[in-house]
Design a protein around this ligand. Structure first.
Ligand code: FE2
Length: 369
């Protein structure tokens, strides 16, 4: 029976898989810089002749970093086109067969037909649909009616291989933002509405945020429980080239722009990330003088926020603290956000103008403004 609010039976984001040029080095970066721990591995040594894949996890955030081992693998074309980037935003679902069939019935394009992933620890069921660009959504189900049962650490095909990182306090993936082409934002919002039953997330930000400065428009789509949030951006005409257009010029198709990682103590988390060498965008110091008038009382010391470059925004229900990394590969494409929510359900709209200055500076350095 179909639940109108959650027609595909989505439970949570299971993991995010990146295709990268060198998974061995990427794993080292996410472990040493972002504080993830290695959990599992799949590659030549474990009988996988196709790819090398490293699973890294920090609390409830799990990434898979995959490099194809030959030029013929589909992932090689993904990397040739896009550089390092997100390939799969994978959901854990009640029943992968049902989720896939229902998604296709509701208008999704098939990417991978349902199949068993199996190894000596048991099996799970997986299928996938396409979303914007070359990005897919996998559906993964455990313990469904077909007798699947799995007792391993991650997924069949992966061998447990633990190397602890120094946890920086990242808890989970809060949201993932997709950049789509000019004029396609509504199409993709409708896709998440029609296929997944998502709704426009009613927040402070729930308007097009097109200004002459921000040069983008954004709508947030979310499931009924607001556990899974997918803002969709499209470029807008501004005085200068939109940062979204710069992304599209280098990613070549729509794709994931940023992955937002939630933490509980952003001053501690960002302090550790900066000590580890992660580079963040900074706004002018004058931003911090305006916080008391713009935001009101906050628990944090403004000097700490200023020292670390952390931004603050507010909605009717509270405030949030956030900071954006610089791009984490040489193409000006994917980056990360670190955020902490103190009641606020928004995405930092109030910070956009301040951020625009530093985003434009970076674009200008690249000759892309
Ligand atoms: Fe964000």
């Amino acid at each position: 029976m179909t639940d109108q609010k959650n027609p595909l039976g989505l439970k949570k984001i299971h993991h995010v898989e990146f295709y990268v040029g060198n998974a061995k080095q990427a794993e080292f970066y996410y472990r040493k810089a972002f504080g993830f721990s290695r959990l599992a591995y799949s590659g030549l040594e474990t009988g996988n002749r196709e790819t090398a894949s490293y699973v890294v996890r920090q609390s409830r955030a799990a990434f898979v970093l995959t490099t194809p081992l030959s030029g013929e693998h589909a992932g090689s074309e993904h990397i040739r086109q896009h550089g390092d980037g997100v390939y799969d935003i994978a959901f854990q679902v009640e029943d992968a067969d049902f989720a896939f069939a229902e998604a296709v019935r509701r208008g999704a394009q098939s990417a991978i037909e349902p199949y068993d992933m199996t190894d000596e620890n048991g099996s799970v069921r997986r299928a996938a649909i396409r979303t914007y660009g070359d990005t897919i959504h996998s559906f993964i189900s455990y313990n469904n009616n077909n007798g699947h049962n799995y007792s391993g650490v991650f997924l069949p095909g992966f061998t447990e291989q633990q190397i602890a990182g120094e946890d920086v306090g990242i808890v989970l993936v809060d949201h993932m933002v997709g950049n789509v082409e000019l004029g396609k934002m509504e199409t993709w919002c409708n896709y998440y509405r029609d296929v997944m039953g998502f709704e426009r997330y009613i927040t402070f930000d729930d308007e097009d945020i097109s200004t002459e400065y921000s040069a983008l428009m954004s709508i947030v789509m979310s499931d009924g429980g607001h556990n899974i949030k997918f803002p969709i951006n499209e470029p807008a005409e501004g005085k200068r080239k939109s940062q979204i257009q710069e992304y599209l010029d280098y990613y070549k198709t729509p794709g994931v722009q940023h992955v937002a990682l939630l933490c509980k103590d952003i001053i501690s988390t960002v302090g550790k990330l900066q000590a580890n060498g992660v580079d963040f965008l900074r706004v002018p110091d004058s931003y911090y003088a305006e916080i008391p008038a713009r935001i009101g009382e906050i628990d944090e010391n403004i000097e700490d926020l200023k020292r670390l470059g952390i931004l603050v925004d507010r909605d009717e229900e509270g405030y949030l603290l956030q900071i954006f990394s610089k791009n984490t590969q040489d193409r000006p494409t994917v980056f990360f956000e670190i955020l902490q929510r103190k009641g606020c359900k928004g995405f930092g709209k109030g910070n956009f103008k301040a951020l625009f200055v530093s985003i434009e500076e970076e674009q200008a350095k690249r000759g892309n403004l």
